[in-house]
Ligand binder design. Structure first.
Ligand SMILES: Cc1cc2nc3c(=O)[nH]c(=O)nc-3n(C[C@H](O)[C@H](O)[C@H](O)COP(=O)(O)OP(=O)(O)OC[C@H]3O[C@@H](n4cnc5c(N)ncnc54)[C@H](O)[C@@H]3O)c2cc1C
Length: 396
């Protein structure tokens, strides 16, 4: 099968009552970005099928909204570079209210072995003209006096990093996609996939059937389940992420960068209001979709939090919640047509980066479907085929 050619579009009526060119599974930020970007071609009949009552009920609903350039993988840096202008101009371009703030991310470590890692990552960022820099412990203390620095070897920061509004961006794509004719079916679960001659022909849902020659699996943590319906093993697994919400605290400014302690995983994200979203210490958890809060993790979390930001010992915990993120073995997302099934596209496994990369992912998937190739970046490190071999890895 020649995988580089574009798909021929022909709306078939033969299988099922509802005929589309492309069916997207999942109305999270990824599925709706893809549907929106596909709708701009003006040539396709597109459906988005979502099992919940509303869009943005999956991983995206729990997302902290962080946007960063500081990755160890060049592919992830490229995805942020493509996405950032879209996120900054989103409100104007998409006619939907969203917030966007540059606050910076600050990665710190007390492990001398990390210094080489910082150096390597800064070299990658320099190649992309991203203005990230190394900060010695004294510089960190000078800029952010609430951080304990006496045990640190240093950190890296990038002023272009920040955060935006995951709900607003998802709903902006939803609104604009529908305006351009995309049909979104809510409370409709994909339960089967019709295949013949190794080509996707349609999907069965809780209420009926849809025909299509392209199916995009953008089911977030449900990625492997949709794969199974097509007889395909997708090595992405949902992992829990427990978030602690704390009230604003004197001494921690609302304009603080997102601080990440690379040794414990602890992070502190501060909203403009001063409300803090804290977490990151559950990185060694097992795959699963149980979203009940595990209070047995609280003590370990507090220890890591207070170790890095002593002021947090006075923080008022308002509530905690759990979301799931989809992780792949090499911590890179999956974008592209599966090598063993024509018309079966995957867009998932984006770990903690799916929101920030959603504009790029929508553009790339749209190009792959309509043109058979992508002009924006080399998609090989993201391809489904690479999951079954060796390749680039994102270590943080
Ligand atoms: C606590 C937390 C914090 C995060 N912080 C950040 C961050 O700071 N920055 C960042 O960029 N990313 C972050 N992420 C990751 C980000 O949220 C995800 O990468 C992104 O939301 C994935 O979007 P999605 O559309 O692929 O998945 P989802 O939002 O999960 O959407 C998938 C949709 O598919 C639907 N679905 C599944 N199966 C079926 C089916 N059979 N039939 C019909 N519909 C189906 C689901 O109901 C769901 O609505 C965070 C994640 C968590 C959990």
């Amino acid at each position: 099968m020649d995988r580089r050619r574009g798909i021929q579009y022909r709306t078939e009526v033969g299988y099922g009552l509802r005929a589309f060119d492309v069916v997207v599974t999942g109305a999270g930020v990824i599925g709706l970005s893809i549907a929106y970007h596909l709708s701009l071609t003006g040539k396709l009949k597109i459906a988005v099928i979502e099992k919940e009552r509303f869009p943005c009920m999956g991983s995206t609903a729990y997302c902290t909204g962080g946007i960063r350039h500081q990755f160890s993988s060049p592919t992830n840096v490229a995805l942020t570079k493509i996405s950032l202008p879209y996120l900054k101009n989103f409100e104007k371009e998409m006619d939907y209210p969203v917030y966007f703030f540059h606050r910076g991310y600050l990665f710190v470590s007390s492990n001398p072995d990390r210094l080489k890692e910082f150096e390597r990552n800064l070299a990658v960022l320099k190649d992309f003209d991203v203005p990230a820099e190394f900060l010695a412990p004294e510089e960190i203390a000078g800029r952010h006096p609430y951080i304990r620095t006496d045990d640190l070897v240093g950190g890296t920061t990038c002023p272009l990093d920040g955060y935006a509004d995951p709900y607003g961006v998802t709903m902006g794509y939803f609104k604009q996609a529908r305006k351009r004719g995309v049909e979104v079916f809510l409370r409709e679960e994909v339960t089967g996939i019709a295949i013949s001659n190794n080509q996707v022909r349609g999907v069965t849902t809780s209420s009926g059937r849809f025909s299509c020659r392209v199916l995009v699996n953008a089911a977030g943590p449900g990625l492997p389940e949709i794969g199974k319906l097509a007889g395909i093993e997708i090595p992405a697994r949902p992992y829990r992420r427990q978030v602690y919400v704390c009230a604003p605290l004197e001494g921690i400014p609302g304009r603080a960068p997102l601080v990440v302690d690379m040794d414990t995983g602890f992070y502190m994200h501060t909203e403009k209001s001063g409300t803090m979203l804290l977490g990151g210490t559950d990185k060694d958890s097992f795959p699963g979709t149980d979203t009940a809060v595990d209070w047995s993790l609280l003590d370990g979390f507090i220890e890591s939090a207070v170790l890095r930001i002593p002021r947090l010992q006075d923080a008022q915990l308002v509530r905690a919640y759990v979301g799931t993120r989809s992780l792949t073995p090499d911590y890179l997302g999956i974008i592209g047509e599966h090598p063993d099934l024509e018309g079966f596209f995957i867009a998932g496994g984006f770990a903690g980066n799916g929101f920030m990369h959603s504009p790029a992912i929508g553009l790339i998937v749209s190009q792959l479907i309509t043109e058979g190739k992508c002009s924006l970046l080399d998609t090989a490190p993201l391809s489904p085929a690479r999951l079954y071999g060796d390749g680039e890895k994102n270590v943080f």
